[in-house]
Write a protein that binds this ligand. Structure first.
Ligand SMILES: NC(=O)c1ccc[n+]([C@@H]2O[C@H](COP(=O)([O-])OP(=O)(O)OC[C@H]3O[C@@H](n4cnc5c(N)ncnc54)[C@H](O)[C@@H]3O)[C@@H](O)[C@H]2O)c1
Length: 360
């Protein structure tokens, strides 16, 4: 297959101030073969933090990096950004992303994950008008496929079977992205990835929550019997996969990205206890005492596992970060970046934003 001729010079990254988006932007600016500019459109919900990219803003701000605080559901704003920057690529990360929050309040999930995706697709279709050197890459999750039994893995042809309002809303976004390819021939690719971990993840998610709770001597809440299985992948490996799809993925095609690393939740927590204890020079049993099993999440999917054969074979993707070393690096990062944790916990970054962006 010949590689698609994509411009990749004016890239709209949505949700670029969140966990994976901010890691993607930093990762891309560190790649010598990337010569384009990035426009980050992020509403800065509770999960978006501009401090995640303070260094990038310092180096590339107003030359190759442009930040816009705004909502992807605002049609006029999205259209303006397409015209102002002549966007040729969209990498669509923006989403409401936390399953527990979706159980308590699904409306925002439908608004951002379905309506927001639709508004972006429409703006792309209107602006690109049949061009073939452009791409809309939609970021999604393995959760759209539902839950697995003891064996088997999700492939790109597994039927969709979402079980939570979060996964249902992501599935809705995926279907719209795919429909725009089939109906309007819009150049679209989709990637469905398993659970990510790494720096800058909002501390409501399992790994940072556990690290910060153990550091504060607080209980480590584990859902149900702790035997749910997730397939963990380091955020840099996910982003490498995303970039490979953007550069070489076939239009209309979905690529699954997984860690090849299935872990029971309780084992992840115990490994974190061991790494933390070792770094602090204490007995890991002292930390494990904090583990507290809590009532299971409703509709809690039992097992996810991803078959990444397609992206490996077609695009040469492979992991570069092992779970052992990635987890160790991640624990260290949270312990060494207490200022970041504090800005996130207190919402202090909103003041940083006012100070840094009032002049623009
Ligand atoms: N975290 C994971 O393990 C994982 C795994 C697979 C796929 N994904 C997908 O990757 C993407 C990013 O996930 P994440 O973990 O970085 O999420 P996150 O919650 O850390 O970040 C989401 C970002 O989107 C922004 N945002 C939310 N609503 C918006 C709106 N209406 N307009 C503009 N910006 C808005 C937030 O401010 C935030 O910066 C999501 O699409 C998610 O479904 C995540």
């Amino acid at each position: 297959m010949t590689a698609p001729k994509r411009k990749l010079q004016s890239i709209l990254v949505t949700g670029g101030s969140g966990f994976i988006g901010s890691n993607f932007i930093r990762w891309l600016f560190n790649k010598p073969d990337f010569t384009g500019r990035i426009i980050n459109l992020d509403a800065l919900t509770y999960a978006g933090n501009p401090c995640n990219l303070a260094d990038i803003d310092e180096t590339w701000g107003q030359s190759r990096y442009f930040f816009h605080q705004g909502d992807i559901t605002e049609t006029e704003l999205v259209r303006d950004i397409f015209s102002q920057y002549d966007i040729d690529t969209v990498v669509h990360f923006a989403a409401e992303s936390h399953v527990d929050r979706s159980i308590h309040g699904p409306a925002e999930f439908i608004q951002t994950n379905v309506m927001g995706t639709f508004i972006l697709l429409e703006a792309a279709r209107e602006h690109w008008r049949g061009r073939d050197d452009v791409l809309f890459h939609h970021i999604s999750t393995d959760e759209v496929y539902g839950s697995l039994g003891k064996t088997g893995k999700f492939t790109e042809t597994s039927p969709y079977d979402p079980r939570s309002p979060y996964s249902a809303s992501k599935a809705g976004g995926d279907h719209f992205a795919s429909a725009y390819f089939h109906t309007y021939n819009l150049p679209v690719t989709i990637s469905n990835c398993s659970n990510n971990y790494g720096p800058y993840q909002f501390p409501e998610k399992l790994i940072p929550l556990m690290i910060l709770n153990m550091d504060a001597g607080k209980p480590l809440p584990v859902y149900g019997d702790g035997m749910n299985v997730r397939d963990w992948v380091h955020v840099d490996d996910h982003n490498d996969g995303v970039w490979r799809v953007i550069k070489g993925g076939r239009n209309g095609r979905t690529y699954n990205i997984g860690g090849g690393n299935e872990q029971h939740n309780i084992d992840v927590v115990k490994t974190l206890c061991a790494v933390y204890a070792e770094l602090k020079g204490i007995d890991h049993r002292e930390i494990e005492k904090l583990i507290s099993f809590v009532k299971d999440r409703p509709g809690h999917d039992r097992r996810y596992a991803i078959d990444s054969t397609r992206i490996r074979r077609e695009l040469g993707w492979k992991h570069s970060v092992s779970f052992a070393s990635g987890l160790r690096r991640t624990v260290r990062w949270y312990l060494e970046n207490k200022d970041w944790v504090e800005t996130v916990r207190t919402g202090e970054y909103r003041r940083w934003l006012e100070k840094n962006y009032e002049k623009r």
